[in-house]
Design a protein. Structure first.
Length: 216
């Protein structure tokens, strides 16, 4: 599903990633962990196609991200969902409008957009909040909206960057259960986190980064 070969990424003189090699199988659930500045966010952004490696190659389903056109990259990114730590919701839009935006961009019919949006909000327990605005929600509810937005298109890959960083332990457990249920439906899930509590009892694969290198 995801193949990373000898990937390095420089920002000026700073090497954020160094000679990374990693494979993630279809339907796998992988944690990427390491201290702040280890390269977790940079790695996820490169997988998402929001930037190019300085050296090396990244393949998604056999497609080399460095060798496809911008239009084809945009189409590929529609098959991927991205959940951010700071949610990145549009405060001027309702919960329903935030989630349906991805479907509107994809050009789905209005009736299908309404149906899919309602279904996914019900799946994350927010069907009663469809007409609320993000600032009227708790942090945990906002994160669930962000997750709903990321998965409403039924992506092949879900990337999450510190998705529980601002949440309390109870909400964190709820969010991780939600990610696991998404994974069990066939979506490949990669979660970047420095939260050691998330990793204590997991049976998922853990990749440890430090200074841009995989150390374990």
């Amino acid at each position: 599903m995801i193949q990373i070969y000898h990937v390095s990424k420089f920002f000026g003189a700073n090497e954020a990633l160094s000679e990374l090699n990693l494979r993630v199988r279809k339907g796998e659930f992988v944690f990427i962990t390491g201290p702040s500045g280890a390269g977790k966010t940079t790695l996820l952004r490169l997988i998402f196609g929001a930037g190019e490696p300085t050296r090396g190659q990244i393949l998604i389903n056999g497609i080399n991200l460095s060798r496809i056109s911008r239009s084809k990259l945009d189409l590929l990114r529609r098959k991927m969902g991205f959940v951010f730590q700071d949610f990145k919701l549009l405060n001027s839009r309702t919960v329903s409008q935030n989630v349906s935006l991805a479907l509107e961009v994809a050009g789905d019919r209005r009736s299908l957009i309404r149906k899919k949006t309602h279904q996914i909000l019900r799946a994350v327990g927010l069907e009663s909040k469809e007409q609320s605005f993000p600032l009227q929600l708790s942090g945990g509810e906002q994160q669930r909206v962000a997750i709903a937005r990321a998965i409403v298109n039924e992506p092949l890959i879900l990337l999450a960057d510190e998705p529980t960083g601002n949440l309390d332990p109870d909400i964190t457990r709820e969010i991780m259960i939600l990610f696991r249920s998404i994974n069990l439906r066939g979506t490949t899930v990669i979660v970047a986190t420095h939260n050691k509590e998330l990793l204590k009892n997991t049976d998922q694969r853990i990749v440890i980064l430090n200074r841009g290198k995989i150390i374990e």
